[in-house]
Structures are given as structure tokens and as C-alpha cells.
Design a protein around this ligand. Sequence first.
Ligand SMILES: NC(=O)c1ccc[n+]([C@@H]2O[C@H](COP(=O)([O-])OP(=O)(O)OC[C@H]3O[C@@H](n4cnc5c(N)ncnc54)[C@H](OP(=O)(O)O)[C@@H]3O)[C@@H](O)[C@H]2O)c1
Length: 384
Amino acid sequence: MRRLAILGSTGSIGTSTLDVVRAHPERLSVVALAAGRNRDLLKVQCETFRPRSVSVGSKEDADWLRSNLSYQPELHWGDEGLLACALHPEANTVVAAIVGSLGLASTEAALRAGRRVCVANKESLVVGGALMHEAALAGGGELLPVDSEHAALHQLLNGRDPLTIREIRITASGGPFRDWPLARIQAATIEEALNHPTWKMGPKITIDSATLMNKGLEVIEASVLFGLHADQVAVTVHPQSQVHAMVGFHDGSYQLQVCANDMKLPIQYCLLYPDKLPGPVLPYPWDEARAWTFEAPDLDRFPCLGLAFEALRAGGTAPALLNAANEVAVAAFLQGRLGFWDIQACNRDTLDRIPAMPLGSLAQVLDADQAARRHAEGWVQART
Ligand SMILES: NC(=O)c1ccc[n+]([C@@H]2O[C@H](COP(=O)([O-])OP(=O)(O)OC[C@H]3O[C@@H](n4cnc5c(N)ncnc54)[C@H](OP(=O)(O)O)[C@@H]3O)[C@@H](O)[C@H]2O)c1
């Protein structure tokens, strides 16, 4: 039985995870749920799944839940609450599905405590890099990627030696601005950037998909997860999002992974691994006529993807600096404080101005994250 702690249960990945739990009551149960501010949805989830431990963003919301739930779970709040859920003694599996580098400490702690950690929170892998593997090694934890491209690669690579691989390719839908000219992209509005053509996701990752920073973070994530260097990771734009990743071998041949673009599939893959059982997603409908297209990404119109390759090549804390600047810039864009094109400019400036250091302890990584946030905040304020 997989007994789950779901961090970010009220988000897009969190609610899809609970759909997968509903489909497999004999294999999956819920021990702990953690969310931020959506106490109403968290209450409904608690009444349905009756977790023993619950965490919410603030003490006020924890008190509200205590008065409004029909049973009395352990109630926590804030960063300590996230850790309490991640380390609940009865949970053997943690779904890391909160947004941003905020997820770093709980992902690391769960790996160090020997849990299976299904990581949707790609920022923690981008920021923490090799430290996540070290935590898993030290504590006997198991790291499985929820991101559809990386779950696809996990299946394709299946423990292969990286030396036997020429390259891996992750696909990108191209986002809402795939075929827009540069001048139109530069002036894109919040509504236009939030209108993703193929995936329904939370706001931060949706903006990252419009800038292609999401694909850049995924390039770094792939390098961290599978021990590949920057020249072995490539991106192909595939607007239909049916092929999720490809592995290229030295003889020039490729293997591709195909499935519906529904996050419940990679979530179930991680939760039930190594078993593949019928679940909430139907088998791929091969008899429905369809065309697939593939093209190279345009780094002039989507410079954030190039910045991610730059940070990966620079190594050390450079990915953490880029990620932190991007979190600040995207939040400012969503608040109407920055224009769309300013996101890449803020990221560029932070990478140029804050020197990257070798990857040391988790505390050093968090220091780099804070330094980049302060710089990016200053950059935003100077423009507003
Ligand atoms: N959505 C996708 O299809 C997808 C695909 C691949 C990877 N990912 C990755 O998965 C992660 C989650 O993405 P998402 O789209 O599910 O995001 P989302 O819909 O915005 O959900 C974020 C979740 O994090 C919670 N949260 C935010 N701040 C918190 C805090 N301080 N303490 C505890 N919980 C907090 C939110 O709670 P409240 O809502 O209650 O505030 C919510 O449950 C991201 O790293 C993203 O890159 C997502």
C-alpha cells in the first residue's frame, strides 16, 4: 500500500493526484495533505480522504479548519507544517507538488527520510541539483519524476548507462506564442500568456510555458535526474504534446514515448511504479486520424530557453539564481508590475550580475536563491 503525503493538494497536480487515488483505493491511501491558502477546497479534500495530518499556509486557516472539520486531524501550518506532512511516520510516499523553490526543503527532507518522492516541483531539482541525489542516497529515498517529459524519459532510459545515449530530447508544445512574431510576443498581455493551448496548469507554470522557461527548467531537471551534460539534452517543439520525450542512440536511431496529454498518467506512473495498471486515462486512440509536427525552438523569440542552457553549462548555483529571478519576475508579471518581455530581461540581468558559486550545502543554495531574489526584486522596483 502506498500511503501518501500530498504537498500542494489543492493545485492542478494535487487534485489530479487525488483523482488517481480514487481510481486505486486498493493500492493508494492518503495520510497527509498540505496546501497554501485554499482552505475551502482543502476542507472538502479532508472530508473525502480523512488524512491524519493536515497543513495549511497560516495559523488562522489551521484554526478555521479545526472548527469546521467533522473530525480532528493533526493540524499544522507554514513551513513546519509542510515538513510535518512530508515526514509523517505513516507516509511512505510524498507527492511534491507545491510551486517554486519553496518546495526544496520538504523534498530534500523526504528523500533523506527514505520516502518515495514523486517530484512535480521541478524547481526543487533545478535549485537543489545533485544535493537531491545525495539526500536520496544518504537516506535510502527514491526520486521519481512526475513531469510528463521526465516520466517518459524514466521509462525510456530504464536505468541505461548515460554513456550508451547520444542525446535525449524533451518536447515542448511551444506555448500560446509559438507562431507569434517577436514584436507581438514582446507586448503580450497576462490573459494571452495564461491561455495555454494544450495543458491546463497552475498560473506560474503556465507563464513559464509561454516564455519557454518551463522547458528550460525541464532541460536542467533532465540533466540532474539522468546524469547527462548540457550537450546531451535537446528540445523539440511538438505542438500536439503527444510525444513527450525521445532517446537518441549512437547509431542515429530514436525511441519515443507516446501517451495522452493528461498529467494523471505520469502521476500514476510514479505512484504505482513499477506496475502499470488500468487507471483514469484511456489507452492512446491510434485509430483517430491526426497529424504530428516537429520543429526546432526559436531562441530569439524565446530567450529564456537559451538562458537555461547557459545556467546549466555554468553549473553550481547558476540554475538556482536563474530560477529565483524567474519566480520573482513571473510573480511581478502576474501582478501587472512587469511586461511579458521584462521576464527574460530580469532573468538575464540576474544571471549576469550575481556570480554563481560551486554547489555546496543546502544552506548555501538557499543563500544564492535569496541573493538572486533580492537582486531581481530591485530590478523590478527600478521599473515600476
Ligand atoms: N500543472 C501541471 O500540469 C504540471 C506539470 C508538470 C509539473 N508541474 C509542476 O508541479 C508544481 C505544481 O504545479 P501546479 O500547476 O499544480 O501549481 P498550482 O496549481 O498553482 O498549485 C500549487 C499548490 O501549491 C500550494 N502552495 C502554494 N504555496 C504554498 C505554501 N506556502 N505552503 C503550502 N502549499 C503551498 C497551493 O496551495 P493553495 O492553492 O491552497 O494556495 C497549491 O496546492 C510546479 O512546480 C509545476 O512546475 C505542474
